[in-house]
Design a protein around this ligand. Structure first.
Ligand code: COA
Ligand code: AMP
Length: 627
């Protein structure tokens, strides 16, 4: 079936389409309804069905001849180690750790926070939660204590799983003081912790509420999978929204597995047994979906890479991994390729490696600039596929569906809507715009399986943030165009979310950090274009009158505050001290206009601006011509 026919069928007959696909998985109890619209606009998939994700990702393959196939390769240039786990080994370790969780009182529906570096225990912890129907919430290791605390408070976990440290290039990053501080902030100082003591930073003094991973495992026995309802949450993953308060994206167990397994073959064009590598972090949605769940559900070998594209040891790191493990499909963020290109523009380091196993490179997480795409194509000699999705969807919304039909690549476009996604571009009044015109990128409801059915504990916020803008549509938060040939072009965000090195951040969270400084009366953070990271945060602060400060000291202290409250990944490029912020007459800060000035782009003077002269000061502060 070609792409057009399959796409049409997915929208015309969604129940038949997804119902057939779902039969490829093992169900403990068949569903009663493929698509349940009784509570529209809140849709559910596979209601009445019972299912276990861990069974489908591990046990099922062990029972059908893959037990000795490598499931997981842990490749860690930062510790100089490579370790493989067969499907049988991974299942056995997960089954035992699932019992550890039970021994500490975790049961179906309970939440478990996973704050871990890229080590196999993180994957084992996630799958062990899935095995007993507990809901994991992985928090990216680059987030600081306050961000972790917000997530702990919202998720209300029974337990936290963590490790003594992460390793970032050559730096050892201690975790436990951040964890203790976060739990203190969240009013959960006594919460049980299961901790991995890494040789790079052995734990010397154990917190009274903590137990070492290996000690806990020594007391446990393997346990079986617990069937859960297909609509039960598999995990919560917090993502940045317009405000500083992160949104707890809920992932439904059944629909998620159905969509992910389908995507492996139809989008990524990989078969069971192939080696698939998503060079991301388990703290992000790409890591959840394409390091852990999708490759295992599909019977592939997945790679957990604890390293960077450059500096571990150099810009040939990716080529070494591809060659050593015979990677067929690589998925990473464009920023990683920009980093490699910056260090090795002529691709000299690639010449020493045989990367002939590689068939495709997929890029996502941020807009892929055509220059980077072409450079990657030239170097690798394989199709380079930009595809578009978000934490909320959990799997691609637009892509070149390589396993259905390879469509022509248009650099700068993530190609076409994936089957299941009825993508429309609407103007600000909710009217569909003609092809070629830009507007809000929306998805006509229902969203396909795997997408978020709600936000954790906050159905109203889910409705307000995503469904209320135009009735019957899901608001992606992105703006762009569908061209004459049906290709999507994702151009920008319509909210205050910025994308730094593929990491999604809320300017609101950074502003909340800046405003804690006693000298700061008001502040604004914008994302400005950056050659390596795509965007970088830039702060503007207005000081309290009479504040006597050393500007250099203040800037340094503000940057440190962002690093310690949000995390080092959010480090602002600079802070500008200004006397006023440009605002509309109703008091809304004109971040979009400030961003255009900073990026040297033309802008229109907003009709509602309070005082146009303020923009002049911003321009001067940025060293740009006054408008
Ligand atoms: N734990 C702790 N700290 C972390 C961290 C983690 N998991 N990840 C990043 N940091 C820290 C870094 O050490 C750095 O700290 P520093 O300012 O003290 O040096 C800071 O956060 C910024 O890190 P990063 O944004 O990664 O910048 P970089 O200059 O170190 O590296 C790239 C640049 C492009 C190589 C890197 O960002 C990268 O590999 N990006 C790919 C991103 C990706 O895969 N995204 C997933 C979407 S698919
Ligand atoms: P996240 O939820 O962290 O995955 O970030 C999702 C957001 O990243 C999207 O809403 C887009 O703004 C941006 N994004 C992801 N992939 C792409 C892409 N291929 N092209 C353009 N923007 C992208």
């Amino acid at each position: 079936m070609n792409y057009k026919t399959m796409y049409k069928r997915s929208l015309d007959a969604p129940e038949e389409f997804w119902g057939e696909i779902a039969k490829d998985l093992t169900w403990d109890k068949p569903w009663e309804k493929v698509l349940d619209d009784t509570d529209a606009p809140f849709y559910q998939w596979f209601t009445g069905g019972e299912f276990n994700t861990c069974y489908n990702a591990l046990d099922r393959h062990c029972e059908t001849g893959r037990s000795q196939q490598v499931a997981l390769i842990y490749d860690s240039p930062v510790t100089g180690s490579v370790r493989t786990y067969t499907y049988a080994e991974l299942r056995d370790q997960v089954a035992v750790f699932a019992n550890v969780l039970q021994n500490y009182g975790v049961a179906r529906g309970d939440r478990v926070i996973v704050y871990m570096p890229m080590i196999p225990q993180a994957v084992i912890a996630m799958l062990a939660c899935a095995r007993i129907g507990a809901i994991h919430s992985v928090v990216f290791g680059g987030f600081a204590a306050k961000e972790l605390a917000t997530r702990v408070t919202d998720a209300g976990p029974k337990l936290v799983i963590s490790a003594s440290c992460g390793i970032e290039g050559k730096k050892v990053i201690p975790y436990l003081h951040l964890l203790d501080e976060a739990l203190e902030l969240a009013g959960a100082a006594d919460l049980t912790r299961i901790l991995v003591s890494r040789p790079e930073l052995p734990i010397e003094k154990l917190h009274p509420s903590a137990v070492l991973w290996e000690d806990a495992v020594a007391q446990a026995q393997p346990v079986d999978c617990v069937p859960v309802s297909a609509t039960d949450p598999l995990y919560i993953l917090y993502t940045s929204g317009t405000t500083g308060e992160p949104k707890g994206v809920v992932r439904p167990s059944g629909g998620h597995a159905v969509a992910l397994q389908w995507s492996m073959q139809h989008i990524y064009n990989v078969q069971p047994g192939d080696v698939y590598w998503a060079a991301s972090d388990i703290g992000w949605v790409v890591g959840h979906s394409y390091i852990v769940y999708a490759p295992l559900l599909h019977g592939c070998t997945t790679i957990l890479y604890e390293g960077k594209p450059v500096g571990t040891p150099d810009a040939s790191a990716f080529w070494r991994v591809i060659e050593q493990h015979k990677v067929k499909c690589l998925f990473t963020a464009p920023t990683a390729f920009r980093a490699i290109r910056r260090e090795d523009p002529a691709g000299e380091l690639l010449k020493a490696h045989d990367i002939s196993s590689l068939e495709t490179l997929f890029l996502a997480g941020e807009r892929c600039d055509p220059d980077t795409l072409h450079w990657a194509e030239d170097q690798l000699g394989v199709p380079v596929i930009d595809h578009w999705w978000q934490t909320e969807s959990g799997w691609p919304m637009a892509a070149n569906p390589m396993g259905i039909e390879q469509l022509a690549v248009k650099a700068g476009s993530p190609t076409v809507a994936v089957p299941g996604y009825d993508i429309r571009v609407l103007d600000d009044e909710g009217r569909e715009v003609p092809r070629g015109q830009s507007g809000n990128i929306m998805v006509k409801l229902p969203l396909p399986p795997g997408n978020l059915p709600t936000l954790w504990g906050n159905q109203q916020r889910f409705y307000d943030a995503y469904l209320s803008r135009f009735e019957g549509y899901y608001l992606t938060g992105d703006a762009g165009v569908v061209d004459e040939e049906g290709y999507l072009w994702v151009m920008s965000r319509i909210d205050d979310v910025i994308n730094v090195a593929g990491h999604r951040l809320s300017t609101g969270a950074l502003e909340e950090a800046l405003i804690t400084n006693v000298n700061v009366a008001e502040c604004a953070v914008i994302g400005v274009a950056d050659k390596l990271k795509g965007e970088m945060p830039l702060g503007f602060v207005v000081l309290n009158s009479g504040a006597a400060v050393d500007e250099g000291e203040l800037k340094k202290s503000l940057i440190d505050t962002v690093r310690s409250q949000v995390g080092p990944i959010a480090t602002p490029r600079d802070i500008h001290i200004v006397t006023r912020l440009p605002k509309t007459r109703s008091g809304k800060i004109l971040r979009g206009t400030m961003q255009k000035i900073a990026d040297g782009k033309p802008y229109k003077l907003p009709a509602t601006i309070e005082d146009p002269a303020v923009l002049g000061e911003i321009a001067v502060s940025l060293g740009k011509q006054e408008a």
